[in-house]
Ligand binder design. Structure first.
Ligand code: GSH
Length: 210
């Protein structure tokens, strides 16, 4: 059975959601952060980076939320419910681009901005300017790409929606979605899904459900 190491509160809830959408049996091991908001030594015993999500599936130990999504879909979504078939090479390339986009491009300016918000007395102008500009650039880009589609890649839920929902949740928490009603509606649609609600219940984080 798959074991997911889940740190509260963070992106691994979106991996719990994926497991729920796939209808898989899994075990959840829950970790809590210290006063500084960091993972504690118990998670470093699982993996040297001490970051979540981490999954174990048989002898496989896997980190990085995007890689975990890829693996779970490759291995368990054999009917291609949440991903285009491999033979659809161009569609699959766009899927892969958006699967990597959340962690590869969208997340870095978000964490910068969050750290800057936490330390109002220590805001280097150069980094503040970069983070503000990048957050606006990325949200505008996502908003334009989403358009009036219900899901990131069209009319059905697919792998990239999981990481993207985390980015949207984080942006929403800091009030950054206000200029983007379509992104707010997207996030509400994702978090209202029954599988997302089940994930929140399983993780004991029902306040995150839409
Ligand atoms: N790129 C990694 C990032 C993992 C990550 O930073 N996870 C956060 C939780 S949202 C974490 O474990 N933070 C604890 C820490 O840094 O101490 C992924 O996509 O899984």
């Amino acid at each position: 059975m798959i074991l997911l190491h889940h740190l509260r509160v963070g992106r691994s809830l979106f991996t719990v959601w994926l497991l729920e959408e796939l209808g898989l049996d899994y075990e959840l091991k829950i970790y809590v952060r210290n006063e500084q908001g960091r993972a504690q030594a118990d998670l470093r015993e699982v993996h040297p980076l001490g970051k979540s999500p981490v999954i174990e599936d048989g002898d496989l130990l896997l980190t990085e939320s995007g890689a975990i999504t890829s693996y779970l879909l490759d291995h368990y979504d054999t009917d291609n419910v949440l991903a285009p078939p491999r033979a659809e090479v161009k569609e699959r390339a766009i899927f892969t681009q958006w699967l990597h986009y959340s962690e590869g491009s969208a997340f870095a300016p978000r964490i910068m901005k969050r750290l800057l918000m936490a330390n109002p007395d220590q805001r280097p102008a150069l980094i503040t300017g970069f983070a503000n500009g990048e957050v606006d650039l990325q949200l505008g880009y996502i908003n334009d790409f989403l358009g009036d589609k219900p899901f990131l890649l069209g009319d059905r839920l697919q792998g990239p929606d999981f990481g993207m929902s985390y980015i949207m949740e984080m942006a929403g928490r800091f009030g950054q979605l206000e200029p983007y009603p379509a992104l707010q509606a997207y996030l509400s649609r994702m978090t209202a899904r029954p599988a997302f609600k089940r994930a929140c219940e399983r993780a004991g984080e029902t306040e995150r459900a839409g």
